[in-house]
Design a protein around this ligand. Structure first.
Ligand SMILES: C[S@@+](CC[C@H](N)C(=O)[O-])C[C@H]1O[C@@H](n2cnc3c(N)ncnc32)[C@H](O)[C@@H]1O
Length: 313
């Protein structure tokens, strides 16, 4: 019997429109019986009908288990497509290297990094206010002009090393971040300026200035990747590293780094910190079941970082 007649009969029997019946037929042809689930609507099945059977199974199973409304299924389908486009090279070994990131980074294959999480020199010629703890440290490349040159080169290289649809976090100072913005925007899409709210303030001018209790983190994308978990606010509350446990003057707390890693990468993925200091990002990545690539120029900090990583083994 010609198709036209079949449709005519069906229209008569069901009272449905031709387009609706065609739509049903198409979804039915794409959704194998084993993929169908009574707990989900036709629209759920229709939404995933254009996907491969494995992707349909994955999304429909999760939709049932977590009672997803259609809108959530649409979001997750979009996320899945973005993730599918994250192709590249898989790095196997973790790496914490001593040297200049502007040269060492080139040894890493393009499209092999899943997340850039870094804390470059601030460009403020930083000197610890607690010289009894850190008596002689000035950071390398911390004079503004130098910082900007090194950062530009580093981001230019890292933007190639990072896979499409990945995130980048760059710690910065309120004093210099306006200079950093055009550099970051040259290689990434800037999405936010996160505020890390600490539990206590730094010293500074006790009489004529506010007690500084926050730091800034630039949040950027290469392409687009969804954040993991629920939608969080842009102010992040994490304690500083306690003074008596601090081994680097600008050391970042593991809990904060672990949080960012969890939001922006998956188990087994590679996190890169080209200004690794005492390997805090590498340690956090390791704690979260991710691989890492860390680079530190100053041998003194590198040795401390190596020891921390070895101790955590
Ligand atoms: C702000 S500190 C990072 C501290 C780190 N977040 C931690 O928790 O240990 C910046 C680090 O970048 C290092 N650095 C500066 N220029 C560099 C370069 N060209 N390559 C690699 N590391 C560099 C400095 O020696 C310094 O330790």
């Amino acid at each position: 019997m010609p198709i036209g007649t079949k449709y005519a009969e069906a229209i008569q029997k069901t009272g449905l429109e031709y387009q609706t019946l065609r739509d049903y037929k198409w979804v039915a042809s794409k959704s194998h019986l084993s993929l169908r689930n009574d707990k989900l609507s036709f629209h759920h099945h229709r939404e995933v009908a254009s996907l491969e059977p494995e992707q349909q199974t994955y999304l429909l199973k999760k939709a049932v288990a977590e009672s997803w409304p259609l809108i959530k299924l649409k979001q997750e389908k979009y996320r899945l497509n973005l993730e599918k486009a994250r192709t590249g090279v898989t790095l196997s070994d973790p790496n914490y290297l001593h040297g200049d990131c502007t040269t060492l980074l080139e040894s890493i294959p393009d499209n092999s990094i899943d997340l850039l999480l870094t804390d470059p020199p601030y460009g403020i010629d930083y000197e610890s206010e607690h010289r009894e703890v850190n008596p002689f440290e000035k950071l390398k490349n911390d004079i503004l002009e130098k910082t900007l040159t090194v950062l530009d080169k580093t981001l230019q290289i890292t933007s190639r090393k990072l896979k499409e649809n990945s995130h980048a976090y760059i710690f910065t100072s309120w004093k210099t971040y306006p200079y950093l913005l055009p550099i970051v925007e040259r290689y990434f899409t800037l999405n936010n300026l996160l505020v890390w709210m600490k539990n206590n303030w730094t010293a500074g001018d006790l009489d004529a200035n506010y007690g500084q209790i926050h730091e800034f983190i630039l949040f950027a994308h290469k392409g687009r990747r969804h954040l993991n978990g629920r939608r969080d606010a842009s102010v992040l509350h994490f304690d500083r590293v306690a003074e008596n446990g601090r081994v680097h003057p600008t050391e970042k707390p593991l809990k904060l780094l672990e949080y960012l890693i969890e939001k922006s990468s998956l188990l087994g993925e590679v996190v890169c910190d080209p200004f690794a200091g005492v390997a805090s990002t590498c340690l956090a990545a390791k704690n979260m079941g991710r691989k890492y690539v860390g680079i530190e120029l100053d041998k003194r900090w590198f040795d401390v970082g190596l020891e921390r990583l070895q101790k955590s083994a």
